[in-house]
Design a protein around this ligand. Structure first.
Ligand code: BG6
Length: 279
């Protein structure tokens, strides 16, 4: 696809990446996982956290950036029990479908190379669309190509880079109910979210807006097509237990994920868009 702002960089020691250099931003997308690795608006630091020990050679899902979880979020259950956590597509090679734009915005669309038997079994098709400018818009678009209603879950699992997690506040989820995946309890958020221990929470809400503030940096996050917002930071001990997670990385990241965790039913022929916009 001939576009001056994108080029495929062939790697020998890692998966190929699409390098995007544009007047308003630079970014990198791994062909493995269709995974956005970095996003830097011009003259700004990276908005995304990527572990320096992340495996980029296609041997496991990439730790950091924007993993895409589909067609389930979390551990596989039911007929898929035993299959990988967070679904298949973060461990597949992806194809570039479209690049279009100008010196103000650039849209890049990719789809995973689902093996044909899997594609038939699932009855679902998916692609991701990244719309870049000095902001970032991500859409994960699913179509039911079968003749029966199908159930799925999914997430845009963004790792936000923060200067210091101990000065970070996530606001606007006050009063939302959440499922605490660590204690298995249901709770209600009473104040802004501050993270000083391992946090793994599914806020069951379709509310669109929230923000993440550290020192003078504020990210405004909005979503659509979700039934949940997931907040995750493994903190020290869990981070140490993950070989692809920098030991101190938990101090500089928080995942804020737009997700469907409650079982989204998609009617035959219908298309669903899960969105996360960041500015
Ligand atoms: C979060 C989950 O979305 O992803 C956590 O809520 C999980 O439970 C985390 O640990 C990371 O998952 P993974 O498979 O990338 O290690």
């Amino acid at each position: 696809m001939n576009n001056p702002y994108i080029k495929l960089v062939k790697k020998t020691d890692a998966s190929d990446i699409f390098q995007l250099v544009h007047p308003r931003f630079t970014a990198q997308i791994s062909k493995f996982g269709g995974h956005l690795l970095t996003f830097k608006p011009t003259n700004q630091d990276d908005w995304l956290w990527l572990s320096s020990t992340a495996k980029l050679d296609g041997t496991k899902p990439i730790r950091g950036g924007v993993p895409l979880c589909w067609p389930w979020f979390g551990p596989a259950t039911g007929e898929f029990a035993g299959e990988p956590q967070h679904g298949y597509i973060r461990s597949l090679d992806w194809e570039l479908l479209l690049v279009e734009g100008d010196d103000k915005t650039l849209t890049v669309r990719l789809s995973p190379n689902l093996p044909s038997e899997l594609s038939e079994k699932l009855g679902l098709e998916v692609y991701v669309e990244y719309k870049f400018s000095s902001k970032l818009k991500i859409s994960l678009v699913t179509t039911n190509v079968s003749d029966k209603p199908l159930k799925l879950s999914q997430a845009i699992h963004t790792y936000f880079r923060v200067d210091n997690i101990q000065n970070t506040e996530i606001t606007d989820l006050e009063e939302c109910h959440y499922e605490d995946k660590l204690t298995k309890e249901s709770n209600q958020q009473v104040s802004t979210i501050k993270i000083d221990q391992s946090v793994d929470r599914v806020y069951v809400t379709d509310q669109s807006d929230l923000s993440c503030k550290t020192n003078s940096t504020i990210r405004l996050i909005s979503g659509a097509g979700h039934d949940s917002i997931v907040v995750w930071n493994p903190w020290k001990d869990l981070a140490k237990g993950m070989p692809d997670f920098d030991d101190d990385g938990y101090l500089n990241m928080v995942c804020i994920e737009m997700a469907n965790t409650q079982g989204l039913i998609l009617a035959p022929g219908k298309t669903h868009k899960l969105k996360q916009n960041i500015r």
